[in-house]
Structure formats: structure tokens, C-alpha cells
Design a protein around this ligand. Structure first.
Ligand SMILES: Cc1cc2nc3c(=O)[nH]c(=O)nc-3n(C[C@H](O)[C@H](O)[C@H](O)COP(=O)(O)O)c2cc1C
Length: 183
């Protein structure tokens, strides 16, 4: 099983990317989670260039298409998901790689809100894109800075358990979809 992990932050020391790395460490042996770090290379979405052979866009679409499921972990910028993440998702609207794809969405923030407004906006976009998600594959993580050590390793046991639950729910959804496809 292949799961694509996408961080909504381009920062080299992104706490959201660290959360994705914590989820990678939680994955069972038969599940491979790999980080896609190319969304910062995508051009601004323009419907007129939708079908052009842009290498960066093709690469993004190919990775999403090939994945059995997607995990997105994002910060909140000005009460919304970062523009770079929304831009990346806009590139998938016309081509449909996310349609019917199981997703988990996590927002993480140093504030008490845990970036809930970013998660809300991301959820809406993921609904528009036809993804498969549930309350069990959505999570906000508040007070994030207190939960990572200086090296970015997740030290909070409750958060680790919550991430494990989200991952299990995502894997379960993927397995259900695969089973239905065989029947
Ligand atoms: C321009 C900007 C806007 C921000 N707006 C919000 C916000 O609306 N809500 C929030 O919880 N945090 C906000 N933050 C704080 C981010 O959550 C924090 O910088 C976080 O660590 C970024 O995630 P990263 O570590 O993955 O890069 C903002 C940060 C920046 C730089």
C-alpha cells in the first residue's frame, strides 16, 4: 500500500512536515508513506494551461494518481490553508486524480485552535474534489511547538495515538475500497 504525504508548509523545518514524518514512523510494514515535496514548484493554476504538458504538473498528478491514499498535514495562514496547498489542489480539479481517493487531513498549529479554520477550508476543497474521508481521518493538533523536541521529533504520546488512529482509519478505508474493487 502506497500513501502520499503532502505538507502544506514549504519551510525546511516545518512542524507539519515533522508530523508527517511521525506518521511515517507509525506505519505498519506493509504500508509505505512517502513525502511529496514538489508542490512549491507548481506554477499558479490557470485553467487555460490546464492541459499543457507542464512537467511539474504532470509529476504532481502522476504521484497522486499512483497513490492508494493521501495524507495532508497543513498549517493555517490567516485563517485558511496556505495558498501553495490550495494551488496544488486546484491543479487536480480538472484532471480528477483525487476523485474517489481516500484522504486524511491534519492541521497543526502553535495556537489552541490547532489550525481548525485551515482544516475546515481544506475539508471543503477535498469534498469538491470527490475524495473519500470521514471524521476519523481528520485531526487538528493544537499547541504543536510543545509537542515536538528540538530535532522535530514528536514527543507527545496523546498526539502520537491520535495520529495512529487517523492512519489506521485511512488504511481501513483504502482496504475497503480495494476489496470492493475486487468483488
Ligand atoms: C503569514 C502567517 C500567517 C499565520 N496565520 C496563522 C493562523 O491564522 N492561525 C494559526 O493557527 N497560525 C498561524 N500562523 C502560525 C503558523 O501556524 C506557524 O508559523 C506554524 O508553525 C507554521 O507551520 P510550519 O511549522 O509547518 O511551517 C501563521 C504564520 C504565518 C507565517
Amino acid at each position: 500500500m502506497n500513501i502520499l504525504a503532502v505538507s502544506g508548509s514549504l519551510r525546511s523545518n516545518s512542524s507539519n512536515t515533522f508530523i508527517l514524518k511521525a506518521m511515517m514512523a507509525l506505519a505498519p510494514a506493509n504500508v509505505h508513506i512517502y513525502l511529496y515535496d514538489g508542490i512549491g514548484n507548481l506554477p499558479f493554476f490557470n485553467p487555460e494551461t490546464e492541459y499543457d504538458a507542464l512537467t511539474t504538473v504532470k509529476d504532481w498528478r502522476r504521484h497522486v494518481q499512483a497513490a492508494d491514499g493521501i495524507i495532508i498535514c497543513t498549517p493555517e495562514y490567516a485563517f485558511n490553508m496556505p495558498g501553495v496547498l490550495k494551488n496544488a489542489l486546484d491543479w487536480l480539479v480538472g484532471s480528477g486524480e483525487l476523485n474517489g481517493k481516500p484522504v486524511a487531513a491534519v492541521s497543526a498549529s502553535p495556537l489552541a485552535t490547532g489550525g481548525s479554520k485551515a482544516l475546515f477550508s481544506l475539508e471543503n476543497t477535498l469534498t469538491a474534489l470527490g475524495t473519500v474521508k470521514s471524521e476519523h481521518t481528520l485531526l487538528t493538533i493544537p499547541f504543536l511547538v510543545k509537542k515536538l523536541d528540538a530535532a522535530g521529533v514528536l514527543t507527545d504520546e496523546v498526539t502520537r495515538q491520535q495520529l495512529s488512529n487517523v492512519l489506521s482509519a485511512l488504511i481501513h478505508t483504502i482496504e475497503q475500497i480495494k476489496m470492493n474493487a475486487v468483488e
